[in-house]
Design a protein around this ligand. Structure first.
Ligand SMILES: [Zn+2]
Length: 1003
């Protein structure tokens, strides 16, 4: 899946490849760095530490061979002992192995009552949320008939499996399914008697036990199950969605979303990613529908003969070996557009007929990117077809189901006349992201969800490369730091962050790690890795990894191993990268100078106010919060020549020529760290920015802004530094630094909103934005990056209430409403927002009706955002209430509604009240396990900045269940505390500085 949050927008070309690179100091893995001890491949003193946390994570999936053998022996011994007792004592207990505690599992649920209990009140004998590892499914035959009118689903599944030890039971998954028939057969078709089938809903498991016989070691069996269920309305499992045609006709479709743990609610299965099997589907459908699945249809039969219903049955080709979470099927009345890849693989986009013209861009882009990834990975796409489909109700941005990728409408549909540049780019990014998964994730899958970052980090890293290939003029790689690095650095500086590799067990823990850390930090550290490995090594490594593990599973160490191999062992990639994946946070590199010697020290950066230095070392990390840092820098003497120095878990010092006036560290923000300089070094950087900012690349300017503002937030840098630095923006005309700056300037504006200096601060923002606003103007013309810059800057200008922008925007709105004058797509954000903000009920109603009517998904998004800009609390309240009605606003758009109201100063507290009032309802609407709840907490509360609000938030959430939103809540509380502290420490300094500045500015 791509990260559910919408993307940042973007930029102009920095010729990164034109920067000459020289290496001054050796990396870990090469011998002889004067400064530091190097962890080579032998004699690594840290190895023990590295391994420990891996093995601790998941007893079942990654236990060592020895341990597994030992466990198997114990289990066997217990089973044998139990069988003896049963044989002699007779069946006094209905469940012969009740009380047997499988030896490889720690007790989880056993309370005073001796649980866990199955639905029939009996003890459920398997007490682990993970499945036993001895049963292996090899093939599923699934027949399913969804009735889109009654919502009833009838299904039948046959699972072929083998066991690799003798046992009398198997355990697999099922959630909210009613099992009506069950049968077990051996290889020869003999039926084995089933003594019981127990269900334990808490772990979503079924336990099936044989009466007399046993499953023999290495024996092959089949389990047949007939079941019924209902099409859900939560956006997971097998669920119902709908759309309204241009004529107002409502059409239904049934679709699936299984990642991470929802396949089990569509059919009984071994629903863990390492249990790969082949899938053969048959689907019953009406004649006016089509059925789609991972594989193409091979046969369609008239099922009316024996069903008496006029139904058809589509039989699909058997799949390759794959994980359950990648299975997908859809029944709908869509049409398609098709393109061929250069190897003649058919690529189609399916959408409602009226939207089909908007699918042209995606289908062409997808075919080209398929070609690109086949070349990049060096492996042919293994399925006969690739379908992409637009799903109206969809929680994530998209889902990489193998051969049938599902997308939210805004992630795939694009209209050149109506869609903005940023939304256009978003479609390309999501298309590329899901296609990257077809190899990385689908062909080779993580062993367990603790390595989710492997899937998501790599896809998030490669999506930019895929788009860069089809649209080099977009300068995608320049936007990488905006989209990935900066957002990850922002979150990862909180004490409530988490390491990339994190132990997870139950579904809500798994759901919770689909977050910025897995996606964006994952992508950012791979970007850093590519910088020192170089692209060719990275490519060769990925190719090797995919070939070695294809149709199987792998873990993070497998990836590091191929990179080390293809870098000819000049780097010990695992040792380096473990410091980035197994501990949370990242280093702050502090640069100081003594004569001609530069000293770089490293220390974990935490934003939260700290009592003392030991706070920086808690919770405990296997590396004591030290990193292998590939430090890159250049100086005023050769601003286009990068030098690299390694910090191998330590500080480092190096010499520079006497004529060096300034040094810029972390070239183009490719490293996942922040940099602070001594005050005089900051001063010379700022002077240079003011005199000729283009000495630094746009990415470097962005990184200076990002670091200066963030270090002020952390209480490390005086507010006057970012203030003085930001004055150079008067001359800045590039998208990347401006986008970074606007993010920080708006965040300051929120925190300043209740302080004495607020009006002065807004005046300052106006001053900064003045020249660039005049530069971009209000005509939707120019290069790709100019357009992105324009919409970014104009939106900020509206917040700062710049008259030269607000007035013409209001006029454009009036002409659109009254005369139907077309507004260029990139100005719509601004114009609709201005119209609603300064308009009344009539204007709001007009936009609301347009929102309801339009068949352009990207237009819906802009209108929805604008509708929350009203300054009338009554209107905002109406808007919030509408979001509770699924007929009015789609489930995935509820969070954007609440977010836009919460970010509106008039609506902030309304949104909070709304969240509290309807929290239980949100839990039912979205499910306690989904990432939607996390989003709600974050968007509503994280801009609060008073003690009172802090109390409110923390008290409220003590009383209710938070589900998978727990970490988001901790992060929000920490952010509020941080905001309070920042205001206390900085508001007056800023007020004073602005007072003096504005006086000079006016005179
Ligand atoms: Zn993904």
């Amino acid at each position: 899946m791509p990260h559910p949050a919408a993307s940042r927008q973007d930029s102009e070309a920095i010729r990164m490849d034109s920067l000459g690179k020289t290496s001054a100091s050796r990396p870990p893995g090469q011998n002889g760095n004067a400064n530091t001890e190097i962890p080579g491949n032998s004699g690594d003193s840290n190895t023990g530490l590295h391994k420990r946390s891996i093995y601790e994570q998941n007893g079942v999936a990654v236990c060592s061979q020895k341990r597994a053998l030992c466990i198997a022996t114990v289990v066997f011994a217990i089973l044998f002992a139990v069988s003896l007792i049963i044989a002699f004592a007779g069946p006094q207990n209905d469940c012969p192995c009740a009380g047997e505690k499988p030896a490889n599992l720690e007790a989880e649920d056993e309370g005073d009552d001796g649980g866990p209990f199955a639905t029939n009140g009996e003890v459920f004998p398997w007490n682990n949320v993970r499945l036993p590892t001895f049963a292996h499914p090899t093939r599923y035959n699934i027949t399913i008939h969804p009735n889109l009118t009654t919502l009833e689903v009838k299904g039948q599944v046959t699972i072929e499996f083998y066991v690799d030890k003798e046992t009398n039971f198997i355990v697999f998954h099922s959630k909210n399914l009613t099992i009506n028939e069950k049968m077990i057969q051996d290889r020869k078709g003999h039926r084995l008697k089933i003594s019981q089938l127990l269900e334990y809903p808490k772990h979503q498991q079924l336990y099936l036990e044989l009466e007399e016989s046993k499953f023999r070691k290495r024996g092959n069996y089949t389990v047949h199950l007939r079941f019924t269920s209902k099409l859900g309305n939560e956006l997971e499992g097998f669920y119902l969605s709908s759309y309204v045609t241009a004529d107002g006709d409502k059409r239904h479709l049934a679709t699936t979303h299984f990642e991470p743990t929802y396949a089990r609610s569509a059919f009984p299965c071994f629903d863990e990613p390492q249990f790969k099997a082949k899938f053969k589907m048959s689907i019953f459908r009406d004649r006016f529908h089509i059925a789609l699945c991972n594989m193409p249809v091979v046969n369609t039969e008239d099922a009316g003969f024996y069903m008496g219903t006029g139904l058809l049955r589509d039989d699909f080709q058997e799949s390759v070996e794959m994980s359950t979470y990648l299975v997908a099927f859809v029944v709908c009345d869509y049409k398609r557009v098709t393109e061929m890849t250069s190897r003649n693989v058919s690529v189609s986009v399916y959408a409602p007929e009226a939207m089909l013209p908007q699918a042209q861009f995606a289908v062409k882009t997808a075919a080209k990117i398929m070609d690109y990834f086949e070349g990049y990975f060096g492996i042919h796409y293994p399925l006969p077809k690739q379908d992409l489909i637009a799903i109206p109700d969809f929680a994530a941005g998209a889902m990489e189901n193998w051969g049938l990728i599902t997308y939210r409408e805004t992630s795939i549909l694009y209209d050149p006349e109506e869609t903005s540049t940023a939304a256009h780019q978003w479609v390309a990014i999501v298309v590329a992201h899901e296609l990257a998964h077809q190899w990385f994730g689908n062909l080779v899958t993580m062993k367990w969800w603790n390595d989710l970052w492997l899937n998501e980090g790599v896809a998030s890293f490669l999506e930019h490369k895929g788009v860069d290939h089809v649209a080099p003029e977009w300068g995608m790689m320049n936007q990488f730091i905006l989209d990935k690095t900066q957002s990850a650095l922002h979150l990862d500086a909180l004490a409530s962050s988490h390491p990339i590799s994190v132990p997870v067990k139950d579904p809500s823990e798994i759901e919770a790690i689909f977050d910025t850390i897995s996606y964006n930090k994952g992508a950012a550290i791979l970007y850093m890795l590519e910088e020192f490995l170089l692209e060719e090594v990275m490519k060769k490594g990925l190719n090797d990894y995919l070939n070695t593990h294809k149709y199987g599973n792998a873990d993070t160490n497998d990836l590091w191993a191929v990179f080390t191999k293809h870098a000819n062992h000049s780097f010990d990639v695992k040792s380096i990268m473990d410091t980035w994946t197994q501990q949370m946070g990242f280093p702050l590199i502090t640069i100081s100078r003594e004569g001609n010697t530069i000293l770089a020290t490293q220390k974990r950066l935490l934003l939260s106010p700290r009592e003392n230095d030991t706070d920086l070392l808690t919770p405990k990390s296997p590396f004591d919060y030290k990193w292998y840092v590939p430090l890159s820098y250049y100086t005023n003497l050769q601003p286009r020549v990068t030098t690299n120095v390694w910090m191998n878990l330590t500080d480092v010092s190096f010499e520079v020529p006497p004529a060096v006036e300034w040094i810029k560290v972390n070239v183009n923000q490719t490293g996942f760290y922040r940099v602070n300089y001594s005050e005089d070094m900051w001063t010379s950087i700022i002077t240079t920015l003011h005199n000729n900012h283009t000495v630094f690349t746009p990415a470097d300017r962005a990184s200076l802004i990002d670091d200066a503002f963030t270090l002020c937030r952390a209480g490390i840098l005086n507010a006057t530094i970012p203030l003085k630095l930001s004055l150079y923006l008067l001359n800045e005309r590039d998208f990347v630094p401006w986008s970074t700056a606007i993010e920080h300037l708006e965040s300051w504006s929120k925190m300043m909103s209740e302080t004495a200096g607020f009006k002065k601060y807004i005046a300052f923002m106006k001053t900064l934005l003045g020249p660039v606003t005049a530069y971009v103007g209000l005509n939707d013309t120019g290069s790709y990056s100019t357009r992105l810059l324009r919409s970014n800057v104009l939106e900020a200008a509206l917040i700062a209430n710049i008259e030269g922008v607000v007035k013409p925007a209001k006029l454009l709105f009036k002409n659109w409403m009254e005369k139907g004058t077309r507004i260029p797509p990139n100005l719509r954000d601004l114009v609709y927002a201005a119209g609603i903000k300064y308009g009344g009920e009539k204007d709001w109603n007009y936009c609301w009706n347009m929102y309801k009517k339009t068949q352009i998904p990207s237009e819906k998004v802009i209108l929805l955002k604008a509708l929350g800009q009203s300054m009338d609390p009554w209107i905002l309240q109406r808007f919030l209430l509408a979001s509770l009605d699924r007929e009015e606003i789609r489930p995935q758009d509820v969070e954007p509604v609440i977010a836009v109201v919460a970010h509106n100063p008039e609506g902030q507290f309304l949104a909070w009240r709304h969240l509290k009032a309807y929290w239980p309802r949100f839990q039912t609407m979205f499910g306690n396990g989904t990432f939607t709840l996390s989003g709600f907490i974050t968007v509503v509360t994280s801009t609060f900045c008073t003690e009172y609000d802090l109390q409110e938030v923390s008290e409220y959430f003590k009383k209710v269940e938070v589900g998978s939103g727990q970490r988001a809540l901790e992060q929000s509380l920490e952010t509020i505390r941080l905001n309070i502290h920042w205001v206390k420490e900085n508001a007056e300094t800023i007020n004073q500085w602005l007072h003096n500045y504005l006086k000079i500015d006016k005179s």
